[in-house]
Write a protein that binds this ligand. Sequence first.
Ligand SMILES: [Zn+2]
Ligand SMILES: [Zn+2]
Length: 328
Amino acid sequence: MKAMVLEKPGQPLVEKQFPIPEPEGKQLLIEVEACAVCRTDLHVVDGELPEPSLPVIPGHEIIGMVRRTGPDTETIREGDRVGVPWLGWTCGECRFCRSGRENLCDRARFTGYTLPGGFAEFTIADERFSIPLENDSPAAEIAPFLCAGLIGYRCLRKTGDARKLGLYGFGAAAHIVIQIARHEGREVYAFTRPGDHSAQEFARSMGAVWAGDSDGLPPEELDAAIIFAPVGELVPYALRAVAKGGIVVCGGIHMSDIPSFPYEILWGERRIESVANLTRQDGIDFMEIAPKIPIRTKIEPFVLDQANQALNRLRSGQIEGAAVLIIR
Ligand SMILES: [Zn+2]
Ligand SMILES: [Zn+2]
């Protein structure tokens, strides 16, 4: 099987051939149909996250068909279609796992970071962390659900019933979240890199009531904001944009340092919160709601060999919607 492999952070992925792995225990052997490309893959490749299991195959938004099952699997069978997200394994024993917060597990392992990912023709995943899919949509269109969708959804839930919602960074996650937000009757205000008129136009085409530069203020006070861009400077901007009692949710796994800011913009019971990873329940909830809306994704397709090209375009902000590797 062919795979794109990260040998050393800061260097491009290299194409390698491997024998097809044999699933053990509760593992599944999955033939990858498509794998979306997430900003977290960029953080892994660029060495911004600590201690990846090198060499590693990136990719954690996998749609594929189960081709073989390990001897201890119980629910998923050969021929089933599954999605494989970022959260690949948890211990089940620590205080976080035991209190419904497995996303915070001390010993969690992550697909495409500390476990093999989906930039490959085949991958191995744990049955207990794979999401069975009823959905028969084209793989490329639903692959972005597995992280952009799930993490975006978890961020949105943290905003409670906020009616006026700001989204900072209008990429893969935001273009999915806006569809849920509008379905729930919220107004979305989209913030992009200053001067990125094509991203602002894209946001308006997706139903944003307003789109503008991230270093400015919206025309109205917001009830909540979600920051998807990995830019710490946005935190004070977002705090200034939300009304008293509002929340600013940081949705990324990595962010540049947040500059100091006057207490005054946090005062008034404004809150800052982060979203870390996802739980299996988020996956179940999101997959249930997605076809009801129904959520549509805008994708830019690549073949497996073009993984580096996809990462480079994402890094420079050129992707409209989500980049997806179509593998089969
Ligand atoms: Zn745990
Ligand atoms: Zn991701």
